[in-house]
Design a protein around this ligand. Sequence first.
Ligand SMILES: [Zn+2]
Length: 502
Amino acid sequence: MNDALKKSGLYWQPLGGNNADQISGHCYCYTDVARQGKKLSTTSVLVDLGKFDNHQALGIRNSAAAVPDIRDILSDRKNPPQALFLTHSHPDHLNGIVHYLKAGYRLPPLYAGKYTFMILYDLLKDFQIGQDLWPKFNVIEDGNFVKKGSLEIEVLASSHTCFDSFGFIIKSPNAVVYHSGDMKLDQTTYFRKPTNLRRLKERAAEIDAVVADFCGIYADGFAVRETETFEQLVRLIKKSRKQKIFLPVYPTHPEMYITAFLAALKLRKNVVFYGNSDFFNYLKMIIEYGISFEKMAQGKIEVSYSHNREEIDALENNYVVIGTFNHIPEVFSANRQNSYGIITAKTFFNPLKGQLNLRNIPFATVDDYPELQGYGHGFFGDYEALNNLLGQRPVFIPTHCPTYVIDDVRELAAYCKIKLIENTPKNNQIYRIKKKKIELISSSPAKWLAVIYNNDNFAYMTEVFQKPTSGHGFLKRTISRRRCRKRFKAFLQRRIRQEQPS
Ligand SMILES: [Zn+2]
């Protein structure tokens, strides 16, 4: 155990979500030091174990991934972590698990939703990890309680871009923390439970702190709702008056597969699922999870999974092609007269845009219709509303954003009565939470572990100090500090104007 953890308190340590600029490789450690009579008891749990996407930028030759450094936590013999809770199935929250197993580490029992485990099984098979090395799996769902030592954890549904996304209310004798996980407040999710606002309201008076996903707060208002994405798709397909619609979706966002399908169904257009093996892998899991496209179709439209010419011809030139694809094969005979494209991600489908241009096929993009993208993270308005729902009581501890976002949002947050943690948290710091009092008690430089696989198929981990990596490697998506600051200024001015008597 870290020497800093001597007094009673609920200790929070971010290990990947509070990086200088690019954020991924999420992992958080909660350690509760509780008084039991004259003695202190210690209970640690981990939340998420993701991978860092931009590992190439760390400059380690032949690296296959990078993960947060939790070696000391895992090898703590006196107080080993008693559980690893997973908020959802996205790689930046989940994929660190396989690399640690490959490096020979044993992991505590896992707690996650059914869909998260389906994705994890797939990874374990992919990485050829023998079953004897698997940690214990415990399936959880909205409303469940899990007890670990002095901690009691309630599972709450969260609206995000995959099934079984959760937040957790972590209750200790020292403090109650709502760990939001990736989420927005949207209550219009299809085929999965939205963020459990009812329960948050019920427990509002108890909650001292919110470890909050601030990934999307540099946009104002509420994050786009799923019904808005659906309605925009319907509008564009209708307006195009074309017979064949090409609608690529982002592979790890199953909610978009479904939203696109529902739009096609609404307009009585047949659906062709078409894409690479990655796409069909996810599609298979969505179906195994329990989503039946045939059932939804109720015989009103045909659903095709093949690229066979006869089968495509039988759809009588009336279909929407849904999938992850960057080219359009001949079998669709797409041309300017009969086809229209809808591009639902910023850069992912750039080669497809080129193909559509080459064939003179008109298309809509997220630049013109931002709702097309589908959003998984709350905007600033979501957090304003969450704070109000919680009675403006808790202290917000932002994560999942560059540290400068937290520094720059302070003035706006204060105006909106959102209490932010005094220090801006950085990876590997440790904070002590005692009711609403949060203090920084230790800071040491954070590291990524670059993972290298040799021929022996064993993971070798090399330490690299965390540093800004925007503009290096393949990831350049982080918003610039200047733009971010300008936006927060504009949001603040808007609010001041709105409050002035006219
Ligand atoms: Zn996510």
